[in-house]
Design a protein around this ligand. Structure first.
Ligand code: PLP
Length: 454
């Protein structure tokens, strides 16, 4: 079963790599490493001696592992290990400064009433980078009580936005286990964002281990309630205090976590979307493919106006021709044609390569649906809705997994999809993905990685 998946995936990839323009992001199809597969020292892609070299090599490592899903990602890391720098962190280097038991707080209990992102767990992870330490290295990793940052007001991140972040979740199972969903993919993507922002890469194997340690320390905060989870926010910021515009010499990477209730509070209901032509979210060869604050800054007014008009999110068109569909809010977007073909915009450089997006592509392919990544114009979408060819539309992202779209408003006209009801493909994807995450459906693709919480 798994081998057939590999075959189809590598076919997809080889086709994609042959025609891929060099400016296209590499993230789309990198190898999904399965849990625990990469414990050999060679796989410890790390921290090389100079920042620019290491960023470039992270890129080539990514590239080499991208197109060979069927080969072990551990093997493809060999060339990367050759440029490994002097400093190599392991999980044993992480210093624990934990709160005494009596100072730890009681996690919230009613996850249905929980506002997202307001309650943080007792601890956080931190690791610092300094270009002047051992020729540039991450150092002093620690897990400490959740706390405010001490940041110089001139810190580069506050002025020029040199920042990267990730969004991922830990899921509590009924049997007490705690699982992460494709966590390496998040840290690989974080490195791609770091690269685009001229920031040094982090060893993703180390980061997964550090995260597991943090989740373990705060494991009482992991909800074991259907569709609730512990949201995880890794962040990297430029901390050097200087107002000159330049690449920072110092960074802080930290990970904070907050319990999160079910995304759909009143059932798995479709949302309304506005095609917002007044604003562009991301420009070609800009930062749209990077998970960085400025993309959100560019969209915040658009989203605010959408919400005021009663829409859940905006749909953004490409910035060059203003014709092609790119993303909705902070989600990737899919359309279902005739109930059996899945279409999503190709990653052109201004679209974020979602891990849920890839999960949907892989599942769709596995289930025998036709899956196509291609440019999709808003005109084609509207015509497809009118003719009945577009039978469903939905967004994908870690927060919701799948978010069905019931109506799209374009130039003043409302276009309803599937009578504003959740369609069978969205339902099946949602049930399957959330079922695997919750440990209720067999994890055939090895997407889950367990945290040892005893
Ligand atoms: C994070 C994000 C997504 C979704 O990515 P997932 O990995 O699926 O959570 C989509 N679009 C944007 C702009 C994002 O920032």
């Amino acid at each position: 079963m798994l081998s057939s998946v590999r075959v189809t995936a590598s076919r997809l990839l080889s086709g994609a790599s042959a025609s891929r323009p060099s400016s296209e992001p590499l993230f789309r199809a990198f190898s999904a490493t399965s849990s625990g597969a990469c414990n050999s020292p060679l796989s410890r892609s790390v921290l090389s001696s100079t920042h620019s070299v290491s960023a470039a090599s992270a890129h080539s490592w990514t590239q080499s592992s991208l197109y060979h899903r069927s080969t072990s990602p551990c093997q493809s890391a060999t060339s990367y290990s050759a440029v490994r720098g002097a400093t190599e962190l392991t999980k044993d280097d992480i210093v624990l400064e934990l709160l005494p038991e009596e100072k730890r707080r009681q996690p919230p209990e009613n996850y249905l009433q929980l506002n997202f992102g307001e309650h943080f767990t007792d601890h956080m992870f931190m690791v610092e980078y300094d270009a002047n330490v051992k020729g540039g290295s991450w150092h002093s990793p620690k897990i400490v009580p959740y706390q405010s940052l001490k940041l110089d007001p001139a810190a580069l991140v506050l002025h020029y936005g040199q920042e990267a972040f990730e969004g991922m979740k830990a899921y509590g199972h009924q049997d007490g286990k705690v699982a992460l969903f494709r966590p390496r993919d998040n840290f690989l993507r974080l490195n791609q964002t770091n690269h685009r922002l001229a920031m040094p890469p982090l060893d993703e194997e180390f980061m997964v281990e550090a995260l597991k340690k943090l989740v373990r320390v705060d494991s009482r905060w992991v909800p074991h309630v259907p569709l609730a989870s512990l949201y995880i926010r890794p962040t990297v910021i430029a901390t050097e205090a200087v107002l000159g515009v330049k690449v920072s010499k110092k960074y802080l990477c930290y990970v904070i976590m907050c319990p999160s209730g079910p995304y759909f509070k009143s059932g798995f209901e479709p949302v309304d979307i506005l095609v917002n032509e007044a604003y562009t979210r991301a420009s070609l060869r800009g930062l749209g493919a990077a998970k960085t604050a400025s993309n959100y800054a560019a969209a915040i007014l658009a989203e605010h106006e959408c919400k005021k008009e009663g829409f859940a999110q905006c749909l953004y068109l490409d910035s060059v021709e203003r014709r092609y569909v790119e993303e909705i809010g902070a989600m990737n977007v899919f359309f279902v044609l005739d109930g059996k073909e899945l279409i999503t915009p190709r990653l052109t450089g201004s679209i974020l390569a979602g891990i849920t997006r890839r999960t949907v592509l892989e599942l769709g392919e596995y289930w025998g649906l036709r899956v196509t990544e291609r440019r999709t114009s808003i005109k084609e979408v509207i015509r497809g809705i009118q003719s009945g060819r577009v039978t469903e539309a939905f967004g994908t992202g870690t927060a919701a997994a799948i978010c069905p779209i019931g109506m799209i408003q374009y130039r003043g006209t409302k276009y309803e999809i599937n009578q504003h009801k959740t369609g069978p493909v969205a339902r099946r994807l949602f049930d399957h993905i959330t079922g695997v995450q919750a440990g209720k459906i067999e994890d055939e693709f090895n997407w889950l990685e367990y945290v040892n919480v005893e």
